[in-house]
Design a binder for this molecule. Structure first.
Ligand SMILES: C[S@@+](CC[C@H](N)C(=O)[O-])C[C@H]1O[C@@H](n2cnc3c(N)ncnc32)[C@H](O)[C@@H]1O
Length: 188
């Protein structure tokens, strides 16, 4: 999958299909709750959230498979951007005060987040979810989180700080339901 993902995403970035969007409001609102300044942006894309966090004095590790976006994040204060294939990637343990994952179906990371966080660490996730109101019906659930998947992931060992859904618009103009969740690691 990874070679295909790398080529597909690099082409979309090169062709200008993926806009350099604004920082996510949810990141702006909740990043401050982190008690330290080590942050991870999983599948950072152009780095809208990474750049914001770096300006807020977080030391941000930004990971993505596309060399185009990773190159665009080099030599910026507080940012360590790395080209990595996140398929099969293992997060470092006890390393982050804040983990952000927006518009990336990092299902394999959900069980790793607790260990990757430092005490009281914060997770912010925003992604499309299965919903009858979605314009597009993806085959299976491979591109979407399932209904209640995120909230049930964090039922134990995390404190829920925020959970909401709203209508959003994909790059191809299709309307989809987007879920945001913010949790804090409970130190148990
Ligand atoms: C929709 S973009 C989201 C970017 C960013 N998080 C945002 O909110 O704007 C999804 C990102 O996932 C990255 N990606 C997809 N598959 C990947 C993989 N296997 N390893 C690393 N990054 C991957 C793509 O290159 C792309 O930048």
């Amino acid at each position: 999958m990874s070679k295909e993902a790398k080529e597909r995403w690099s082409k979309m970035y090169k062709d200008g299909i993926i806009p350099k969007v604004k920082v996510d409001e949810i990141v702006k609102k909740y990043a401050d709750l982190a008690q330290g300044k080590q942050a991870l942006d999983i599948a950072c894309g152009w780095g809208n959230n990474t750049r914001y966090l770096a300006k807020m004095d977080f030391k941000v590790e930004a990971l993505d498979i596309s060399s185009i976006v990773i190159n665009s994040l080099q030599n910026i204060e507080n940012i360590e951007a790395k080209e990595v294939d996140l398929d099969g990637y293992t997060l470092k343990e006890n390393s982050y005060d804040l983990i952000v994952m927006t518009y990336f179906l990092g299902r394999e990371f959900l069980p790793q987040l607790h260990k990757a966080l430092k005490p009281n660490g914060i997770v912010i996730i925003r992604h499309w979810v299965e919903d009858p109101e979605n314009d597009k019906k993806f085959e299976g659930a491979t591109n979407l989180f399932a209904h209640k998947e995120l909230i049930s992931t964090f039922e134990e060992s995390f404190k829920l700080l925020h959970n909401s859904t709203e209508k959003g618009i994909l790059y191809n103009k299709q309307k989809m339901i987007c879920e945001s969740i913010v949790v804090q690691k409970s130190n148990i």
